[in-house]
Design a protein around this ligand. Structure first.
Ligand SMILES: Cc1cc2nc3c(=O)[nH]c(=O)nc-3n(C[C@H](O)[C@H](O)[C@H](O)COP(=O)(O)OP(=O)(O)OC[C@H]3O[C@@H](n4cnc5c(N)ncnc54)[C@H](O)[C@@H]3O)c2cc1C
Length: 313
């Protein structure tokens, strides 16, 4: 006899299937290993992953999820995520296959789809001789994810080049949020809960392809250290506390090379945890807890995670 849980899952799958067969243009996958969609290569299965092709698809799926009370999670390139081992209940909306257009207005303005890779946008800027995004050389991920995280490096941040974002909110309602209302701060943006960034309006400054190329090279040079990290990871694990470097605090607390299962504090940079084989989220979380406790007891500093931790244990 099927358990209540199994019955519920079957019912949910039927509801999802009916919806997707009838209306959805994009691809839909069921019971998807999140390890295949995160740079950490870690994470249990998501019930459903849907790849909206356009605004219509996204609007439909948001309305559907709201009507059925299904949780929704928005996924970019998964380069800032740790998904727990029990996976994700509900619908993961993968933005990476739609929303890939860059449309240029005037010489220095662009409307950029949330699914465009930052590196792709940087290349387009380089070709056009537009400055502003050079700081992002070497940051993986999508424009949507970068806006939400206010991604940055070496003194530059997304907030410097974003004029505002187009979003689809509750019930698929469309809106525009200007930069002043986005509450940009260190690795944080305040987009209303449940809103999906679909496009960013961006402003660059006129330069030359050569000068932009030079600055990109400089940035790449500064990243040489962490670029040597060969194992899957999600970038910096903790935010830098004001005036301090998380990596240095972790190294001074003696964690470089520390392991839990197949998760290891990188030998190259102590603020990176790497997956040396088949690490589980619980291994990474165990290291994070040990690091937080010891750094706090030694230095009196509370380390705050930079990565987003999602899903069920
Ligand atoms: C090797 C490496 C180096 C890195 N270096 C840096 C660095 O120097 N500086 C830095 O800031 N980061 C760095 N990162 C972290 C990461 O690349 C950035 O945070 C990146 O901007 C995340 O983009 P993403 O598309 O992968 O987002 P995801 O990881 O998929 O998502 C991140 C968050 O954004 C939300 N989100 C994504 N897209 C949307 C959308 N369209 N609408 C609403 N919400 C959305 C997700 O729900 C999640 O909460 C690094 C990561 C790696 C692996």
């Amino acid at each position: 006899m099927a358990s209540d849980k199994a019955k519920k899952e079957e019912k949910a799958a039927t509801q999802y299937s009916l919806f997707f067969i009838q209306r959805f243009k994009g691809k839909v996958l069921f019971n998807v290993p999140m390890s295949e969609y995160t740079s950490f290569r870690i994470g249990g299965n998501a019930d459903v992953m849907a790849f909206p092709q356009d605004e219509g698809d996204l609007k439909d799926i948001l309305s559907f999820a709201e009507a059925k009370d299904f949780p929704v999670y928005i996924l970019g390139a998964g380069t800032n995520l740790l998904v727990r081992d029990g996976g994700i209940r509900g619908i993961v909306i993968n933005i990476c296959e739609g929303f890939k257009e860059i449309s240029w207005q005037e010489e220095t303005r662009a409307t950029v789809g949330a699914g465009v890779k930052l590196s792709e946008l940087l290349n387009a800027c380089k070709e056009k001789g537009l400055s502003g995004l050079e700081f992002s050389a070497g940051i993986p991920g999508t424009v949507g994810g970068a806006v939400i995280m206010n991604a940055g490096a070496f003194g530059g941040e997304m907030k410097d080049v974003v004029e505002g974002v187009e979003v689809l909110g509750r019930k698929g309602k469309k809106g525009f949020i200007p930069a002043v209302e986005l509450g940009f701060s260190y690795r944080k943006t305040e987009v209303p809960k449940g809103s999906v960034v679909i496009r960013a309006h961006m402003l660059f400054t006129k330069s030359t392809p050569e000068a932009v190329g030079e600055r990109v090279k400089e940035t790449a040079g500064k990243r040489k250290g962490t670029a040597r990290i060969a194992y899957p990871n999600a970038g910096s694990i903790f935010k830098n506390p004001e005036g301090l470097f998380a990596g240095r605090l972790i190294e001074e607390a003696g964690f470089k090379g520390a392991v839990s299962g197949d998760a290891q504090v990188s030998e190259v940079h102590a603020n990176y945890i790497v997956n040396t084989g088949a690490a589980r989220a619980k291994d990474v979380l165990a290291l994070m807890a040990l690091i937080r406790d010891k750094v706090y007891s030694l230095k009196g500093v509370v380390l705050e995670p930079e990565i987003k931790v999602i899903g069920e244990d």
